[in-house]
Ligand binder design. Structure first.
Ligand SMILES: [Fe+2]
Length: 293
């Protein structure tokens, strides 16, 4: 039987999950987070350390560190967990495309090969085992090209492929994103047995309601404000495109991506021993001459 332990990271309004089997005590962790203050540059590990404590207390052995996609709103704790607990990191094979895109954005001339960073690149229908449990991979591109869902018995961990029914869906305007693909991916999830639990990565608590992060296929199909049954692809693409056109770039987009395409590794330090994160500037035409020579 699969046990799920949920951890809420308030600063990024996101959920991270530990799933484990009750017999062998083997565990996976999905989408863990490093604490990061963009203002001060401070990076710390309080959140993920609580998860490590939980595993220690329950005598769990971490087998896989999983990411549903390359996130744009937090720094992944995958590498921290890997170095501390010696588990393997697995992501969707689409990460290669994301890495290529952002190697260009950040001018990483010799980007590290994805196979040097991640222990396993997952394809649709691949399976991972831990204890007596099996995790099946469902490719669910749309929000990003590397988005995947982890299906463990009747639990689907959907990342940002869906939000709670009153939250709708996540944006599709990142490089490699596609609202057409998101529509198809959600249909795939909605075809799972109706009692399947859908565990969300985000909950922005619309209308100030209490935090909620798990629903069922039946409920999502009947009530998702963007993608309930009866809404066709054209309608959804139109609605999603309209919303995406008005969204701001996420605050931590550049900080997150330069760490997350490297599986949670921080940039190398400069000669003064200090580590920096880069922001590519979009300089207005009339300000080009302000650059130092
Ligand atoms: Fe996301």
């Amino acid at each position: 039987m699969a046990k799920v332990e949920t951890f809420y990271h308030q600063e990024s309004s996101s959920l991270s999950y530990i799933v484990y089997d009750l017999v062998a005590g083997h565990a996976i962790i999905i989408d863990s987070v490093l604490d990061f203050s963009a203002n001060s540059g401070q990076i710390s590990s309080q959140f993920v350390d609580r998860q490590i404590e939980f595993m220690e207390k329950n005598q769990l052995t971490l087998v896989w560190i999983l990411e549903t996609h390359a996130h744009a709103d937090h720094l992944s704790a995958a590498y921290y967990l890997k170095t501390k607990l010696n588990a393997k990191v697995a992501v969707g094979a689409g990460i290669q495309e994301v890495q290529q895109t952002f190697n260009t954005v950040f001018n990483y001339q010799q980007g590290k090969a994805t196979t040097d960073i991640f222990d396993r690149l997952l394809q649709h229908n691949d399976q991972l085992s831990f204890g007596d449990l099996t995790c099946r991979i469902i490719a669910t591109p749309g929000h990003t090209s590397d988005s995947i869902t982890f299906l463990i018995n009747d639990n689907a961990f959907v990342g940002d492929t869906l939000f709670m029914p009153d939250g709708g869906t996540a944006r599709c305007d990142f490089p490699g994103g596609s609202s057409e693909q998101l529509f198809d991916s959600v249909q795939q999830l909605h075809q799972l047995p109706s009692a399947t639990k859908l565990w969300m990565w985000h909950d922005y608590q619309p209308n100030d309601r209490a935090l909620r992060y798990v629903t069922t296929v039946a409920n999502s199909k009947a009530n998702n404000i963007h993608l309930r049954e009866g809404i066709n692809k054209t309608e959804f693409v139109e609605l999603r495109s309209k919303r995406d056109a008005n969204l701001q770039v996420p605050t931590l987009l550049y900080a997150s991506l330069q760490v997350n395409i490297h599986g949670g590794r921080l940039p190398v330090s400069e000669v003064n021993g200090q580590t920096y994160l880069k922001t590519p500037l979009q300089i207005a035409n009339n300000l080009q001459q302000l650059r130092m020579l």
